[in-house]
Design a protein around this ligand. Structure first.
Ligand code: TXA
Ligand code: MG
Length: 330
């Protein structure tokens, strides 16, 4: 194991995949690309490895992890699927959708990973490197986003290294991710519930279900009581620099996170400007979001002013992450 030393970064290849699987089998921590964001993997059945994962991320133990698997059959060994869950899995896996389901009786995932809940979050990622690692490893891999807890999720291997080098065993570099925001999480309770907007648009899910998704009340998102998606703490995705939303003009000393073809007044005076999508494309904006937040966070600006982003389609997930970023760290 590599703790305390610099973590190797291997470009994705058959050899890198084999080394990643081997490292996981030995209880190691391996970061790898998924189509949404980079994940930090550990053997889902290995409690000491999972304990190290929580420690490496500085993640509170009450915040459970997503188990990633290669296909629906593997998911059915750890989670109980009702008709709704099966329908969603068949429509959207592999892909940026996580389902929260009851655990099976002999679920092989360690209790620590599910934080003592009787439900489990499961996902089948689409990224070829993630899929190759899951195949070579041959069992479920828990994989939270590969960032320090409370930081913005990583969309490149370099982001992973800047948060976790020296704290994990290996980083597999598959280039920048394509989706850029985390998976959409749906709780398959009596009424299917949108626990986290993400890389799969709510509208696509609702079309397949033929009904609208319930939303937890806001209280479920914060410290009050037992949250339905425990990781959805208000200030989860925060840069160090204060974030100001719906900026209609730029104040001096601010950096600008723009969206669309027309810039707000005062943009010329901004310390730095990055445009999520000059042509106003929400998929492009999602793919750029976390990298641009990180980049603007490093400019020493007084604040990051963010132009309004429309709320439809992927805009729901983008605005969710921006709102959390604006709440700051505790
Ligand atoms: O796109 C993604 O989902 C990425 C990639 C790497 O797969 N992973 C990711 O994991 O975003 P993480 O740990 O950063 O976020 C997982 C979320 C947390 O908010 C956690 O609280 C929630 O899933 N979660 C996990 N198990 C749960 C459960 N049984 N019930 C409700 N929420 C759960
Ligand atoms: Mg995360």
């Amino acid at each position: 194991m590599n703790i305390g030393l610099k973590t190797p970064i291997l470009p994705a290849s058959d050899a890198a995949v084999a080394r990643a699987a081997d490292c996981l089998k030995k209880g190691g921590l391996v970061a790898f690309p998924t189509e949404t964001v980079y994940g930090l993997g550990a053997d889902a059945g290995n409690a000491p490895a999972i304990a190290r994962l929580y420690e490496a991320k500085g993640r509170p133990l009450f915040n459970p992890l997503i188990a990633t698997v290669g296909d629906i059959a593997a998911a059915m060994k750890i989670a109980r699927f009702d008709a709704t869950a099966t329908r969603l899995a068949e429509a959207f896996w592999p892909g940026p959708l996580t389902l929260v389901l009851p655990k099976t009786e002999n679920c092989a995932v360690a209790e620590l990973a599910t934080a003592g809940l009787d439900t489990i979050a499961v996902r089948v990622p689409a990224h070829p490197v993630a899929r190759a690692i899951l195949r070579a490893f041959g069992g479920p891999v828990v994989a939270p986003s590969a960032n320090l807890s409370g930081h913005v999720s990583p969309t490149t291997a370099a982001h992973v290294a800047s948060d976790l080098a020296g704290r994990i065993d290996l980083i597999v570099d598959g280039g920048p991710v394509t989706v850029g925001v985390e998976s959409t999480i749906v709780g398959c309770f009596e009424a299917p519930m949108l626990l986290r907007p993400g890389g799969l648009e709510r509208g696509e899910i609702e079309r397949v279900l033929g009904r609208s998704l319930a939303r937890p009340t806001d209280d479920a998102d914060n410290e009050a009581g037992q949250p339905l998606a425990p990781g959805m703490l208000a200030s989860h995705y925060a840069p160090r620099t204060p974030v100001r939303l719906n900026a209609e003009r730029i104040e001096s000393g601010e950096a600008l996170l723009a969206f669309g073809p027309t810039c707000v007044p005062g943009a010329e005076a901004a310390g730095a400007v990055m445009n999520l999508s000059a042509r106003g494309d929400l998929a492009e904006a999602a793919a750029n979001l976390f990298a641009y937040l990180r980049a603007l966070d490093s400019k020493g600006a007084r604040a990051i002013a963010v132009m309004p982003v429309p709320q439809y389609g992927l805009g729901e997930a983008i605005n969710d992450r921006l709102r959390r970023a604006a709440m700051g760290r505790e």
